[in-house]
Design a protein around this ligand. Structure first.
Ligand code: NCD
Ligand code: ZN
Length: 360
């Protein structure tokens, strides 16, 4: 018999872009309405140096807290000030190991986010141009992180222009990630927004304290959907969706209940004006308004609702200093119409119906 109601602990978004300024309120309230108890806050703002020092990260955190304070209580779902901000350091070539450890010890950041840039200073995704150019040069930082068990959250994609777009992730697995794991066997690592089936095999099999976040959209769309019926910027994000066999492989790990995989939406809102450019369309998909329903639908399709709770609300939460929530949320079988836009941002699957909705 098919379940019509699922009750699980409130969840934690392990990868979220809440941006800054006006957009922040919009996206933050979506995540609260989705009953998240907290989120890993990505720091690739307009000026990435805003999250690459202790002082700037503290002031970004303060701006988020102010916004949370200002949200109408009806939008807080009993969370609000309790919403746990897991801040990340935007790793650059400059910051010293001592400073990375100091920020961690002082509770400024909980983890370090690795974006990479190429020698021309071009990044592979939004706001990553100030990322690490010399990965080997950061090994002393990784050594300090290993010692203090500071998690490394990695955007593992090769950023050289001549690497094929669809191979960027797997090239980085063997060239960048594997040597890091071998050099720092005790370093906790999260492979962010994993998309490639071979990367999924690697994460699942390697003998290391390593996990992966998986987005709702990468579980649902393959690369064809970027081109079907014309170019669809609404399905363009980094890493780009891969061929169907990869989507299916990643999804198999997730919905079979492998504990190394957990929910991280990578919900990445962009104004419509930058998403609809003919050239240089911004990468990012906005899923936070219906993330829980999207994940639920995915697990239900695979007859795997029993694994939804661990994936959303349990797997590797301790890595972020989080406990499994004692409060619950309930998702019910029933029609949810996805809004086309929120705050000028196109919502993933906007205008369509989802077969589940969050009700309590
Ligand atoms: C993200 C963004 O817009 O900030 N975009 C994306 O396509 N995922 C950056 C990122 O996580 O790569
Ligand atoms: Zn992201």
């Amino acid at each position: 018999m098919k379940e019509n109601l699922v009750t699980i602990p409130r969840w934690f978004d392990r990868h979220l872009h809440i941006r800054d300024g006006g957009m922040m309120r919009t996206v933050l309230s979506c995540t609260l309405k989705q009953r998240a108890t907290g989120a890993v806050i990505m720091g690739n703002l307009k000026h990435p140096d805003e999250t690459s020092t202790i002082q700037n990260t503290l002031s970004y955190r303060k701006r988020i807290l102010n916004e949370l304070q200002d949200l109408p209580s009806g939008e807080l779902f009993g969370l609000g000030q309790k919403f746990k901000l897991c801040m990340t350091l935007y790793l650059t070539d400059d910051i010293s190991p001592e400073e990375v450890v100091r920020g961690f010890k002082e509770g400024v950041w909980r983890a370090v986010k690795l974006y990479m840039a190429n020698q021309k200073g071009q990044g592979g995704t939004t706001g990553s141009a100030h990322g690490v150019k010399n990965l080997l040069g950061r090994y002393p930082v990784f050594e300090a992180m290993e010692k203090h068990k500071i998690p490394l959250l990695g955007h593992f994609e090769a950023v050289e222009e001549d690497v094929d777009e669809f191979d960027r992730e797997i090239v980085s697995v063997y060239r960048d990630l594997k040597p890091i794991l071998e050099s720092f066997p005790e370093l906790p690592v999260v492979f962010e927004h994993l998309t490639d089936g071979r990367a999924a095999d690697f994460v699942a099999e390697v003998d290391h304290d390593i996990y992966a976040t998986v987005t709702a959209h990468h579980l649902m769309i393959n690369r064809n959907t970027m081109f079907w019926g014309g170019m669809n910027p609404g399905h363009y994000c980094k890493p780009v969706p891969k061929r169907e066999t990869h989507r299916a492989k990643v999804r198999q790990y997730v919905t079979s209940g492998n504990r190394r995989f957990g929910a991280g939406t990578d919900s990445a809102p962009h104004d419509e004006s930058v998403k609809s450019r003919c050239y240089g369309c911004a990468a990012g998909i906005f899923t936070s308004p219906t993330a829980v329903e999207l994940y639920t639908m995915t697990f239900d399709e695979d007859n795997a609702l029993q694994h939804l709770g661990p994936f959303l609300s349990e797997n590797f939460l301790a890595l972020y200093g989080m406990e499994v929530s004692s409060e619950t949320m309930t998702i019910e079988r029933g029609t949810l119409v996805v809004p086309q836009k929120i705050g000028g941002v196109q919502v993933f699957k906007g205008g369509t119906e989802l077969p589940w909705k969050l009700v309590g």
